[in-house]
Design a binder for this molecule. Structure first.
Ligand code: FAD
Length: 437
């Protein structure tokens, strides 16, 4: 008779420390076999086989493997359709309990529902836990029990509710003896899943005290590293959200804490208003806007050739590194929706392909904020002026010189649209569409 075991299934929580589901698995009374599945359904949709995110995940999983090998254990890494993989795992091992952490995206919810059913059919139990965020969809509600749709009151309630229980770490390391002892397995290479190496290098996430102390003053300047750059780690769970909150409080960085609360806020908007999965504007009336959707202008925007320095610098940073500074994300997104009157969903999809930290809820939230159709108290007539944003946030043009070195050259693209005209056009189109709605 094969030994009865528990499985911990890693997904967007790629770390051994302070991991809620893993902690429960290690305390389940059974030895734990960790697994990771490179999901063919997701990977097949990625056209570029040099995808930094896949490379990052691969490196993060390899790092977990090394740590487990030092504990005489290992991680079972598979590639394929999750249901087929799970069927094969049930054949190979005597699995009694399956543990993982909640994943709130639509595809994941359906997948987990199916795996749960399979577990039942196999006489095993399926256990899933909150780990990605501090509060889930029904934990921070208004006095009338409804979800908040505006950030400020949400964040106030979030802070009121936060106590040691919600932010304490799960001491998984105390139970590392409970990993299943196994002979080291062969590693899976990137090429085995049809992908190639990129320049991205997975390094253990670090949170600099200096960044947090100066965050409020420095966070808006794209030429300097004034923000944590932890978004990819938070996305794939190579750092725990609870640890980030602990640091924000330790160094008294309320502004940075607010950013983490934005992250929870958008995750909860997705969980409470799943209609955003269907590509709908959060404020229905905004689906009446007659977007111009000029393809040549969209191409110029994607390539960083709009003739607006800051917009072009941002898009080139994105195309070259997979990252874009938050201030610049707001400027390029506003430019696409308002100056060019291109449907925010086009920009959302482009970011989804390119961003290393791409997360459906934060990206959708950011884009709907930029187009004014989302959860935002600010009115639609907030239209960023790329030139005044440059003067405020890149006065010495350091960021622009880095990404658009030809900015003064006669060969540099002429602005594809005039700011004043575009602003007035956007105001008119929005006003007419919203008055009619
Ligand atoms: P910091 O400034 O150090 O913030 C700390 C962490 O807080 C971030 O790592 C991130 O996890 C979270 N955070 C910060 N700002 C936001 C925000 N506005 N919404 C949600 N979480 C936030 N962020 C993503 O993680 N994934 C996305 O796909 C994404 N798409 C965006 C699209 C648009 C149009 C806009 C305007 C913003 C988007 N953001 C997204 C939010 C933000 O730009 C990035 O989180 C931030 O730039 C990452 O840099 P950092 O790690 O240095 O952040």
């Amino acid at each position: 008779m094969k030994e009865e075991i528990a499985i911990f299934w890693f997904r967007r929580d790629l770390r051994l420390d302070d991991n809620a589901g893993l902690y429960r698995a290690l305390k389940s009374g059974l030895k734990v076999l960790p697994i990771f599945i490179f999901d063919k359904n997701i990977l097949d949709k990625l056209e570029n086989k040099k995808d930094r995110r896949v490379d990052f995940i691969h490196q993060a999983v390899s790092s977990i493997k090394t740590q487990l090998n030092a504990l005489e254990s290992d991680i079972l890494v598979k590639y394929g359709n999750p249901m087929e993989i799970w069927n094969s795992i049930f054949k190979e091992y005597n699995v009694k309990k399956v543990y993982c952490n909640h994943d709130y995206e639509q595809y994941a919810l359906i997948r987990d529902g199916k795996v749960n059913k399979l577990c039942q059919a196999q006489n095993a139990t399926f256990h899933t836990f909150k780990d990605q965020c501090i509060f889930e969809k029904d934990e921070v509600l208004s006095a009338t029990g409804t979800p908040y749709t505006v950030f400020t009151p949400y964040s106030r309630k979030w802070k009121e509710k936060l106590n040691d229980f919600y932010k304490k770490s799960y001491p998984t390391e105390k139970y590392f003896n409970n990993f299943l002892k196994i002979v080291k397995m062969d590693a899976m290479n990137l090429t085995d899943i049809g992908f190639e190496k990129t320049e991205i290098e997975f390094q253990k996430p670090t949170l600099s005290k200096q960044i947090l102390l100066n965050y409020k003053e420095k966070r808006d300047f794209p030429a300097i590293v004034g923000t944590s750059r932890l978004s990819i780690h938070l996305r794939f769970g190579t750092i725990s959200t609870r640890k980030c909150v602990q640091y924000a409080l330790m160094f008294g960085s309320e502004t940075w804490l607010n950013e983490l609360i934005w992250r929870d806020f958008y995750m909860n908007i997705l969980a409470n208003f799943p209609q955003i999965n269907a590509g709908k504007a959060f404020k229905k009336a905004y689906d009446k806007i007659p977007w111009r959707n000029n393809e040549a202008e969209f191409k110029a925007w994607c390539e960083g050739k709009t003739g607006y320095w800051l917009v072009d610098a941002g898009m080139r940073e994105l195309n070259n590194t997979g990252f874009m500074h938050n201030r610049v994300r707001m400027v390029v997104a506003s430019f696409l929706c308002k100056h060019l009157l291109i449907d925010w969903r086009w920009g959302e999809a482009y970011f989804a392909q390119k961003l290393n930290d791409f997360d459906f809820s934060a990206n959708n939230g950011g884009w709907q904020w930029a187009s004014s159709s989302g959860c935002d108290a600010a009115p639609y007539f907030r239209i960023f002026n790329p030139e005044s944003q440059t003067l405020k946030f890149d006065k010495n043009l350091e960021y622009i010189k880095k990404w658009v070195p030809e900015y003064l050259s006669p060969t540099y693209t002429k602005p594809i649209v005039d700011h004043k005209m575009a602003r007035e056009r956007a105001l008119k189109v929005y006003k007419e569409a919203l008055n009619e709605a």
